[in-house]
Unconditional design. Sequence first.
Length: 202
Amino acid sequence: MKDNWVTTIGAVLISLAAFYALYGKLGWHPVVSGIITIVLYFALDLLLRPRRKLGGVDVETMRGGEEILAALEDAKHDLRRMEVSEKFIQDEKVRQDSQNLRDSGEQLVKYLSDNPEKMSLARRFLNYYLDLAVNIIEHYVKLQESKLQTDDVKDAMERCARAIPQLDQAFEKQHTSLIKGEILNLEADIKVLEDTLRMEDL
């Protein structure tokens, strides 16, 4: 958003300078100078405006691009919430499990950013599993900070602790399922290479 404002202000200043040069210095007709200035402004705004890209493709030209970008931004926000919460986890194993879970989530979100066409296959991950992971970690921290030692609190914390590595496995399975096609293609390419080398006796 800040970059957009900078671009717009820059385009306005350059256009005003052009109007001043055409009308004030060269004495062109104000209407002609105004038309050229307006055209120049829109051209500069279009050329200078930073392009939002996903997987090397402009978001504006991608089908459902804005929705995909918003979903990924929400996912990154959830991952930042996880990072903030895990710093307060006192149990070393639980904290490490939380970090592993976040790492898996970051790798998956990065993959989706690079391959937005796979987004439809990961909706449940973004809409359910990632939100669930954030809630479990945040609730664990809240229970920990309550300082309560009742059986109910201890049991709830233990269940949260067990759920974190289970979610990590779910994240990894989701990531694996997304790249399965690429793995199959790679295996096919390797087989072709092996067959070719064998036929050419190399």
